[in-house]
Design a protein around this ligand. Structure first.
Ligand code: NAP
Ligand code: 3JN
Length: 353
């Protein structure tokens, strides 16, 4: 059996740490692992399967002899290094939005559209975490009845904004409880001008604002969904809109999803049955016994949890549901490692000439 030299780029980050454990727990045969980060982390020791690995500063030559790169250093660094890795023959699965909308870059959720992997040119993109859990939950419904419209509101955990933002929220919470002034330098988004406390608060801004009043996170959810379902980021085969909100939860994004099916024969019971039969989805939908998905329970799991499925009382064929998943696992590391497994299964760990 072939064994692979695998590099994890961004290994010290919130997603990178989980890429290490997801890879270690997978059956992917690893010949050698390289843990790459910035100069700041060079020399730091991290564990892979009880083996101590020294983190290296990333340079283009870090990718010499690497077969597969699992990447999460952020868009700018991905843009700088992944073309260098591909030049050296490595296939890269990237967590950032840097390449998601490029035509020759497949945007993949295994189990939904992994057939698209065969078109890769060296880089494969992992969708945004909020897109992944929503599309994974809707896909069996889309396949059976068709979907004409989606309206989603997200309740996104702070860990999605990175380690520094996560620490900032915990410090704000401590300050608040000690009746001290909470400081904010990162949230809602490091690159914008104003910063607000997230602890004991809600921030209806994730990423920067576009000119049309939507945030870039909302833009990503809309166009990524269209690309995954119709292979066209501007498809008018489906209407999608999103409102994204940061909530003071550590791990686990929640989403209320309103959707309209094309074939109006669908019932709540049929939808529950489809979800129960889909690998990777867990139905937690028993209101009489107060059973519904929650971030604290979903955290640490790879599955997508679905509940509160109900028919809209005004519109025939419209339904509501509540979807929760661990954003760092289902929304990032575990989806990335699942893409790597599909690449290996389909003999696609090679850069086409
Ligand atoms: P993070 O905790 O801030 O980690 C960033 C990682 O990138 C660290 O390992 C950091 O290394 C490394 N890095 C920074 N500058 C670098 C450089 N010049 N060269 C090499 N490595 C460098 O962030 P995170 O939460 O893990 O997220 C990282 C990225 O993953 C995000 O920016 C986003 O693109 C993507 N992401 C995607 C999803 C999704 O929805 N699929 C969810 C979350 C994140 P040091 O420790 O040395 O600084
Ligand atoms: O905020 C969240 O909950 C998810 C964040 C994802 C993210 C954070 C920083 C940069 C992304 C992403 O994956 O879309 C990016 C990016 O644009 O690469």
């Amino acid at each position: 059996m072939k064994e692979y030299v695998i590099a994890i780029l961004g290994a010290t980050g919130a997603v990178g740490q989980r890429l290490i454990t997801e890879l270690a727990q997978s059956k992917i045969p690893v010949k050698k692992i390289k843990l790459l980060a910035s100069k700041r982390s060079a020399g730091k020791k991290l564990k892979f399967k009880n083996q101590e690995i020294i983190v290296e500063e990333t340079t283009p030559d870090s990718f010499n002899d690497v077969d597969l790169v699992l990447s999460s250093p952020g868009g700018a660094i991905s843009k700088k290094f992944l073309p260098e890795a591909v030049k050296r023959g490595a296939v890269c699965v990237d967590n950032s939005s840097a390449f998601r909308m490029e035509e020759d870059v497949p945007l993949i959720i295994p189990g939904v559209n992994d057939a698209q992997l065969s078109h890769h040119h060296g880089i494969i993109a992992n969708p945004n975490c909020s897109t992944i859990q929503m599309v994974a939950a809707l896909y069996p419904i889309f396949k059976r009845w068709g979907i004409s419209q989606i309206v989603v509101s997200t309740y996104q955990a702070v860990s999605g904004a990175g380690k520094a933002a996560w620490d900032e929220m915990l410090d704000q919470a401590k300050a608040h409880l000690n009746h001290q002034k909470a400081t904010a330098n990162i949230l809602p988004t490091a690159t914008d001008r104003k910063h607000y406390s997230l602890a004991f608060n809600l921030l209806p801004q994730i990423d920067v604002f576009e000119k049309d009043g939507y945030t870039h996170e909302e833009w990503k959810m809309i166009h990524e969904t269209k690309k995954i379902l119709f292979n066209d980021q501007n498809s008018n085969c489906i209407k999608v809109t999103a409102t994204c909100v940061r909530v003071p939860v550590e791990i686990g994004h929640g989403e209320t999803v309103y959707f309209i099916v094309k074939n109006k024969t669908a019932t709540v019971q049929d939808i529950q049955e489809e979800i129960k039969q889909t690998p990777g989805l867990i139905l937690q939908d028993d209101p009489q016994n107060q059973i519904y998905p929650q971030p604290l329970i979903a955290a640490g799991n790879r599955e997508t949890f679905i509940g509160r499925i109900r028919a809209d009382q005004e519109n025939l064929g419209a339904f509501h549901m509540w979807v929760v998943a661990d954003n760092l696992l289902r929304g990032a590391a575990s989806n990335t490692v699942d893409i790597a497994k599909c690449l290996i299964r389909d003999h696609l760990v090679r850069v086409p000439k």
